[in-house]
Design a protein around this ligand. Sequence first.
Ligand code: PEP
Ligand code: CO
Length: 461
Amino acid sequence: MTQKRWTPSSWRGLPALHIPDDYPDAEALTSVESTLKGYPPLVFAGEARRLKQRLGDVALGKAFLLQGGDCAESFKEFHPDNLRDMFRVMMQMAVVLTYGAGQPVVKVGRIAGQFGKPRSSPIEERDGITLPSYRGDNINGMEFSPKSRTPNPKRLLKAYGQSASTLNLLRAFSTGGYANLENIHKWNLGFVEGTKTDQKYKKMADKISDALDFMAACGVTAQNIPQMAQTDYYTSHEGLLLGYEEAMTRIDSTSGRWYDTSAHMLWIGNRTRQLDHAHVEFFRGIENPIAMKVGEGLEPDELMKLLDVLNPSNEPGRMTLIARYGHDKVAKGLPTLARAVKRAGRHVVWSSDPMHGNTIKTASGYKTRPFDNILSEVKTFMQVLHSEGCWPGGVHFEMTGQDVTECLGGSAKMIREEDLSSRYHTHCDPRLNANQALELAFQISEELRSYRKEDAARLAS
Ligand code: PEP
Ligand code: CO
């Protein structure tokens, strides 16, 4: 690939998949984009730099990444209670993982900007009527009507506004006392009460509370150690709609470098990571920590070329690779990539998205994901990397703090096929509910704990 000079708009003119080109009024879109250019940044470059450093620790095996949130945020489900519940369940999972891994957990939401979706088909047919597919609330509407399915640029402004208020609340939750470890018992969600996961969580929380009481008696409290009273919570989304991302990209006055201020971290989807296309071009020029989905069909050679373009200086924390193969494919696809990355001495965070390769459709037409397949993919991912001498550094989940019935299974409160219709609310892919998400965190935490013991035993021998 010829490396021409990068600018925030140098992606224009290159092939770009999954970006809508059917806005009826192109000028209206340009006008919205220039309005957005004048709006305040949603995140600050310094915050993105701090996340990069923390991900650098993950790349070096010294921390664990927990990334999660809705498949697609929506205008309809935008509610402070939903944000609070997502935050709560992520805090719970983070504590469970910290406890198991004995390491800090870096928390990154798929939130405050996760709207635009790549779709497998650009059109949808119902009862003989064909319309453009739903592409996310920042582009068109879910309702099946010609008006709603026509892309409307004003939706970008609404998505920006929703992202700003979401971030505002998340900042308050993470620094305003809610995230204080002393509240560990209060993060529990009502509908999880009484389940096996709940009992496990309470037992662990009791132990942590005891430890906090002991430390308080020694004079160590949230009053004198501010880290105990707050947490770092970062935002991320798929950087799909490059017009929006370009509008949010600004020069940081401290470093003189370009940062995409729409989120701390952005990722390139599995369907838009072609070496000579627009998305890779845009991503190479922003300084944020970035991620890329990797899956079936990606060969080591191509991955190495992508890493050369996206992280030429091999900076730890810059690049996260999110493996999304499917429970029955990961053992075949991942080892060659892991070996190639390790042989080349490339610093990456390896993370597992066990959602997107495990989607099935039930006979009654629901898109769902079996919990056991999700768990099996994460475990295989971890085992593959561990046996290749690499750190299985993180997970990437589609999840919610709500009591939805979208993914099948889970032992705390089993979701059966006939239950799916009762609370199936997703605007795109099926999400883990809070129970299932917490249960996964416990399973992963046990796996991490066993690696920790194995490594300690090896060092001692
Ligand atoms: C997603 O993360 O919602 C997504 C579309 O994933 P992928 O790019 O892996 O298909
Ligand atoms: Co999805």
